[in-house]
Design a protein around this ligand. Structure first.
Ligand code: BES
Ligand code: MN
Ligand code: MN
Length: 462
């Protein structure tokens, strides 16, 4: 039997070539013009799972994009790991900000990735991380070292809220029976500082529309006498944080489960340099809720952010117009035990209540997702921590991730399953941004670590 390190050495180029192939398909779930690309990607994942030795692989249709599902059951008495990942990616716009085209994967060296990183949309989030599991599984099959049962569920709608996956999970409880969910779709602190996320924030997302006069007006003829919906909207959004950067929506913080002082001290022990953070982002000063550190602001505190705002004239040159309408997309990141439906309702009430009489407002809810915390004393967490300790030579640090993976809370609710968030990306890998990349080191380290997780988990479950 070859060990995993040898196997990677022998197959490294093929592992990269195959990842490049899937990265070339623009599987953007948010944009319907990519429907065929989505189906091509789902089939690609299916073929690769079959080639790796997974049985009964199916591309399961949903009301949206399909879910690729397959399993390898070796012994009903052994534990079962459900591997979750997503094959869809975020839109790549604005394209002009990419140094190389988003769907032409290119290897370039960076300061953080001196051994080279793969630049492409989805390289880190989540095709690269998802595909590590396929290759780690291939290794375990080829070398007869698969120690437990595995189920793969790779979806195509994570970046648009996973609502069809929620339906699939609720309808397939028996089929999805497992002991734990394993997910690589989060970040670590640094390549020499492994960490495991033990929580994810929830999400409430709304679009607002503010209407003033019944048509666009001449801003000289009417300006000064009619409320400008853009001015009003800007003021309304600004009013939703007070001078301490607390969110002003009544009841917004009511359900939050506050951490104990010991837990906060523990969380702040994670290595973090505010100076490096500011330098990396080229900002002179950080921002956030008074009384909390940067790690707490992204890990354990909720947010309210305007993600996009538009209205009026944004073309070349100047047009003197007092617009009829203004719009914004607003996201709120949630923490335990806030509930996304409740927060959306609180937002709607508040937004309507602060609107002056000279405009009409409408709030349209988008997708939501609930926050989660995952245990650090479970067999699966300990198995993951031990696996990372073996391959990185350092114990991983438990951290709180600021992003959201809405399905994780549903795994708990619908299937009674806890997840382990063993991610190998870095926050600086520009996920969702231009020039997204994933370190070759990270890709191969993930493939190396996953079989250790399986081995530890099977042994420690006995
Ligand atoms: N993989 C990310 C979530 C993530 C990234 C968690 C880094 C922790 C660290 C996921 O693909 C994602 O982007 N989720 C969306 C939510 C979705 C409903 C659009 C998010 O967090 O914005
Ligand atoms: Mn992701
Ligand atoms: Mn994402």
């Amino acid at each position: 039997m070859t060990d995993i390190k040898n196997y990677i050495d022998q197959n490294k180029q093929r592992f990269l070539d195959e990842l490049f192939e899937i990265l070339r398909i623009p599987s953007i779930s948010a944009d319907p013009v990519h429907k065929n690309d989505m189906l091509t990607t789902a089939n690609f994942v299916k073929e690769k799972l079959i080639a790796a030795g997974v049985d009964k692989v199916e591309v399961c249709p949903t009301a949206g994009y399909p879910i690729v599902y397959g399993e390898k059951i070796i012994d009903a008495n052994l534990p079962t790991v459900l591997v979750y990942g997503h094959y869809d990616v975020q839109p790549a716009v604005p394209l002009e900000l990419w140094d190389t085209p988003p769907f032409e994967p290119t290897i370039k060296k960076t300061k953080i990735h001196p051994e080279g990183a793969i630049f492409a949309r989805g390289s880190c989030d989540d095709k690269g991380q998802m595909y590590m599991h396929v290759k780690a599984f291939e290794y375990m099959m080829k070398n007869n070292v698969l120690p437990c049962n595995v189920k793969f569920m790779i979806e195509g709608e994570e970046e648009v809220g996973s609502s069809n996956l929620g339906i699939f999970v609720a309808a397939n409880k028996e089929r999805l029976k497992a002991n734990v969910v394993l997910i690589s779709d989060t970040s670590m602190i640094a390549n020499d500082t492994p960490s495991i996320d033990t929580g994810l924030r929830g999400l409430s997302y709304v679009e607002v529309e503010v209407t003033g006069p019944n048509r666009d007006l001449h801003s000289g003829v009417y300006g000064g006498a009619v409320a400008n919906p853009i001015n009003i909207l800007a003021k309304m959004i600004a009013s939703m944080h007070d001078e301490n950067n607390h969110i002003t929506i009544p009841g917004f913080y009511d359900d939050i489960l506050n951490l104990t002082n010991t837990e906060r001290v523990e969380l702040n022990k994670a290595p973090f340099s505010l100076e490096e953070y500011k330098t990396d982002l080229n900002i002179a000063e950080e921002w956030g809720e008074k009384g909390y550190t940067t790690l707490e602001r992204t890990g354990i505190r909720p947010t309210l952010d305007c993600n996009g705002i538009w209205g009026g004239y944004i073309g070349e040159g100047a047009k003197t117009v007092l617009p009829s309408k203004a719009f914004a997309k607003i996201s709120m990141r949630l923490v335990p035990n806030q509930n996304s439906d409740k927060i959306t309702a609180l937002f709607k009430n508040h937004f309507e209540s602060i609107a002056p009489k000279n405009v009409k407002v409408e709030v349209r809810p988008h997708h939501g997702g609930e926050p989660v915390v995952t245990p650090t004393d479970s067999v699966a967490y300990l198995a993951a921590a031990k696996a990372m300790e073996t391959t990185f030579g350092k114990k991983p640090i438990p951290t709180r991730g600021g992003g959201s993976i809405p399905i994780v809370a549903l795994f708990e609710q619908e299937l009674g399953l806890k997840s382990v968030l063993m991610g190998f990306g870095l926050d600086s890998d520009s996920l969702h941004s231009p020039n997204e990349h994933y370190g070759i080191f990270n890709y191969l380290k993930g493939i190396e670590t996953i079989p250790h997780f399986f081995k530890n988990y099977a042994e420690m479950s006995k």
